[in-house]
Design a protein around this ligand. Structure first.
Ligand code: ATP
Ligand code: ATP
Ligand code: MG
Ligand code: MG
Length: 877
């Protein structure tokens, strides 16, 4: 077997609209192509032995064991690999379920499609699945050690890619509310919402966290002073810089017991608490001083009680946790060292911040803390006795958390909410030391020790005991208060032909509303009227540039087939999805071999239209109309024919449509006809002579109308839209050369030629075509091009591209000639292989008022050539 290509999809795609995260592995089965699993001796047994949990896969039979049954009876290797790739991820702790396997047009080559949780892990699982199956085919087994290694690697990949527990909870809540999010490429920053409505978070800092507040919280002394001035109970304490100040400091805080800590520490480093003697105090001083960058040491009174974390979000207490330092509980038999080992076996304990809890480490601090309790690692603890391994309760040093949200005294709630306001933090973690959070701090001598910016959420979301709290909800409530938008309208446009033109026109109409429009097309990314990036920008990367932009109020996205196939859409929902047409083009690329498959690719855009949104569909194209059953949103049709039965039926039922009637572009709404404008007044329709441009304009009018844009505004838009050759080179560029006209169009498929033909046939004077085609098209396509040309021109000069794309010189011309003569043997076409020569000949011989049309190899060269003739004007197109 050989993996030919691996693609990672990240949005709605050809295989699934809902399953956005898919790996598509193009797999050549090679010598296994004609060997179903039942014909490979020992394969079934080897597979069951390696992965017994595959019994859980139902597969098509629909019951437990269904998949294995199919392996036993005989199924193809691609299908087995799909299931193995899924199961490996499942065993690594990331459950996934969706898979599809389809043979391509090349016999023995399959597309194996399966879901992933983390994309690197997904790709790894695909490779590992191939390795495993190949090994079972060759040797009958897959070594256990190999599997263990695969699973360990998968777990590592997932852990490394994880966002961190706090970010994860916020993102999950956003997803639950259908708020889109994207990871920005720097600083683990997450964007929630799109465009102008976006907010950001970084761990639990939000775009609403003020810099003054965060800085103040990081300054422990400053914080304490501000709080003390406001009458909040804080530890009595003082800061010293030299050892000889220690005695005065101890006296100042009221004598022992005391706490000694670095002024600028965190995570409990350098802290000694419950210090009761002078020698101990000196040792603690050295420790703290060494841990401080500025050699500044805080001496504080020691307050009895346990550590509590009160989380205040947007002015309200959201959760309270009591935190207990890393400890073990005796059983009367085991030593402390053994107890630690037992405690660490808890699967909830991991390294660092990755898991719910963190493993307890035995280090110098732990030994010290034990010693102060009169223990060492060898001590056998009596049953029920507690030995602490840390003085402070950070989860990251092995502590645990107990939820106390329902127990906190109302007065303490009031105090903590005031504290958050005094510091100015939107999300504040307030450290409270008190013997009993159920009583007012003042009554039991409790104090506020510190206020943390960017507090961890782990202890509240997954406390060791008590109720887990959804604290992401108030964060999202704060960032997006009820009724405020989080998305900008997305208008996505697809189709074989006319995407760029229609996208530009749609964006232009929206700009008349005064909103900032971001749009992407084949020629670039634009925001407002400015170019952001030049080049073919019709994929998910370009779309995300628009959706990330904080000024964009409306997104208009040309959405081409290439991007959909390569990585799926950049958005999981749009407000308007326009499908212009589906014609034969790009077939045979990316395993899309038939026009029906191509329709399914483009249908993705219609299928992601939200329930309240509109799919704007071409009623004249049966493949587009065929998408309707999959659409969840509402439908609006456009048609060149007001009598199109689909349109008639649709409006009779109260639906919306746009049609070309009596020379007008009109919107039909129920029984009413709203005339937008007469085609002759719409430059992009070339005075009403280019029918396909009328169709494009109808789509643009409808796409804006369904979004509530005023008909006056739409009229203004279609009247003033004049794309130039400079803006859209090769797209119906018409030049008035005084004596005659010249048209340059980069039509590149039969539907495109037909479209241009629609315009040419409307031309009153002589029509001369300069016709050629790319050499990599099939013979039949070139013959068809000849036929189509014969149907539209009075006179034809056949030319060839410089680049013959593998054909002998003259071969393309012969095929085109063949087509012309089959269609009309009286035309007597001339053959001039050189493109420039051919065009010059046509321009020199066309009669007055005539039209020369060229389908050039190089648009730039042809435009330059025509510009030499000094056109009177460049007409719209
Ligand atoms: P972290 O980064 O975990 O917040 P830190 O290095 O910022 O720790 P503090 O928050 O000042 O240090 O103190 C850590 C812990 O030590 C407190 O949560 C509390 O349990 C204990 N502690 C600190 N000062 C006192 C005090 N004056 N009386 C009693 N306990 C104290
Ligand atoms: P691409 O796939 O190259 O990005 P596109 O879909 O963006 O193409 P446009 O750039 O708008 O299409 O138009 C390209 C050419 O396609 C036009 O010059 C014209 O020849 C033809 N065309 C445009 N609109 C239509 C249409 N509605 N039906 C058929 N052909 C069209
Ligand atoms: Mg602290
Ligand atoms: Mg385009």
């Amino acid at each position: 077997m050989k993996i030919l290509r691996t693609q990672t999809l990240r949005g709605p795609n050809y295989w699934s609209i809902r399953r956005e995260k898919l790996i598509v592995m193009r797999l050549d089965l090679e010598n296994l192509a004609n060997r179903p699993s039942n014909e490979i001796p020992g394969f079934y047994e080897g597979l069951v032995e390696a992965l017994p949990s595959l019994v859980e896969h139902f597969c098509s039979p629909g019951y437990r064991g269904g998949f294995l049954e199919r392996v036993q009876k005989g199924t193809y290797m691609g299908h087995i690999i799909e299931h193995v790739a899924l199961e490996l991820q499942e065993l690594a702790g990331t459950p996934v379920g969706f898979g599809r396997t389809r043979e391509t047009a090349t016999p023995g080559v399959y597309n194996v499609v399966f879901e992933y949780a983390d994309e690197q892990a997904g790709r790894y699982a695909g490779r590992a699945a191939v390795r495993m199956c190949q090994s079972i085919v060759d040797t009958g087994t897959y070594p256990k050690a190999e599997l263990e290694q695969d699973l360990a690697d998968l777990r590592d990949l997932c852990a490394n890619a994880s966002l961190g527990p706090s970010t994860e909870t916020i993102v999950k809540e956003a997803e639950a509310r259908n708020i889109p999010w994207l990871l920005l490429s720097a600083r683990a920053m997450v964007q929630l919402g799109y465009g102008v409505h976006q907010k950001r978070i970084q761990a639990t800092l939000s775009s609403m966290s003020g810099i003054l507040a965060v800085e103040l919280a990081c300054d422990k002394e400053g914080t304490k002073t501000i709080l003390k001035d406001a009458g909040i109970p804080v530890p009595r304490g003082t800061v010293i810089q030299y050892l000889d100040e220690l005695d005065d400091a101890i006296e100042e805080v009221g004598g022992f017991p005391i706490v000694v800590k670095p002024l600028d520490g965190n995570h409990g480093r350098g802290i000694t608490i419950d210090v009761n003697s002078r020698p101990e105090a000196e040792e603690a001083y050295d420790l703290a001083s060494a841990a401080s960058k500025t050699r500044s040491v805080i001496v504080e009174r020691f307050y009895r009680g346990s550590d509590h974390r009160v989380l205040v979000i947007n002015g309200k207490v959201a959760a309270v946790a009591e935190r207990i330092p890393a400890h073990v509980v005796g059983d009367g038999r085991s030593t402390i060292e053994e107890l630690i080992e037992i405690t660490n076996q808890d699967p909830n304990r991991g390294e660092g911040h990755a898991n719910v809890l963190t493993k307890i480490t035995i280090d110098k601090t732990a030994l010290n803390v034990l010693m102060r309790q009169g223990y060492d690692l060898g001590t056998v603890l009596p049953e029920g006795a507690i030995a602490y391994l840390r003085a402070t309760a950070n989860l990251s040093t092995g502590g645990i958390a107990v939820d106390r949200t329902d127990e906190i005294h109302p007065e303490n709630v009031w105090i903590c909410q005031r504290v958050a306001k005094l510091i100015g933090l939107d999300i504040a973690g307030i450290d409270v030391v008190t013997p009993d959070i159920r009583k007012p701090l003042r009554e039991v001598d409790g104090v506020i020790v510190e206020v943390n910016a960017a507090p961890g959420f782990r202890m509240h979301v997954a406390p060791s005991r008590g109720l887990p709290r959804n604290i992401a909800a108030p964060v999202i409530d704060m960032l997006f208060p009820e009724g405020t938008p989080n998305r900008v309208p997305i208008i996505a446009l697809t189709g074989t032909n006319g995407k760029t033109t229609t996208s530009r026109l749609t964006a232009h109409i929206y700009r008349q509303t005064g909103k900032v429009v971001g749009f992407t097309t084949t020629d670039g990314i634009y925001i407002d009227e400015y170019l952001v990036e030049k080049g073919d920008n019709t994929g998910p990367y370009s779309a995300s540039v628009i959706l990330k932009d904080p000024t964009v109020e409306i997104a208009v996205l040309e959405t081409a087939r290439g991007g959909i196939l390569r990585s799926g859409l950049a958005f999981n929902q749009c407000d308007v999805g326009v499908v212009l047409n589906v014609a034969a083009d790009h077939l045979g690329i990316g395993d899309i071999d038939t026009i029906e498959q191509m329709a399914k690719v483009k249908s993705v855009v219609a299928e992601v239209v939200s329930q309240k949104g509109y799919a704007v569909l071409n009623a004249d194209d049966p493949l587009v109309v065929g998408m309707v059953p999959q659409v969840k949103g509402k439908i609006a049709y456009f048609s060149m024919n007001p009598d199109n039965p689909i349109i008639k039926d649709h409006v009779r039922r109260g639906g919306m449509a746009a049609v070309y009637e009596n020379g007008y572009l009109s919107i039909l709404e129920g029984e009413w006809t709203l005339r937008v404008e007469e085609a002759v007044n719409i430059p992009v329709t070339m005075g009403g002579m280019a029918p396909f441009m009328i169709a494009n304009a109808l789509a643009a009018c409808l796409a804006t109308f369904v979004q509530g844009v005023d008909i006056e505004v739409i009229r203004q838009g279609v009247r003033t839209f004049k794309p130039s050759a400079a803006q859209t080179p090769g797209r119906m560029n018409l030049f008035n050369l005084g004596h005659h006209h010249a048209l340059i169009d980069y039509a590149h498929n039969p539907a495109g030629y037909e479209a241009v033909g629609g315009f040419v046939r409307n031309w009153k004077g002589e029509k001369v075509g300069v016709v050629g085609g790319p050499g990599d098209r099939r013979d039949d396509d070139l013959i068809l091009l000849g036929k189509l040309s014969a149907g539209m021109f009075d006179r034809i000069i056949v030319k060839e591209d410089n680049d013959t794309r593998g054909r002998a010189r003259g071969e393309v011309a012969d095929l085109i000639l063949k087509g012309i003569n089959e269609e009309n043997s009286s035309l007597h076409p001339e053959v001039i292989l050189d493109e420039t020569e051919a065009l010059e000949k046509a321009l020199a011989t066309v009669s007055e008022g005539g039209l020369v049309v060229i389908f050039p190899e190089s648009v730039g060269q042809s435009i330059a050539l025509i510009k030499k003739y000094q056109p009177v004007s460049e007409e719209e197109g």
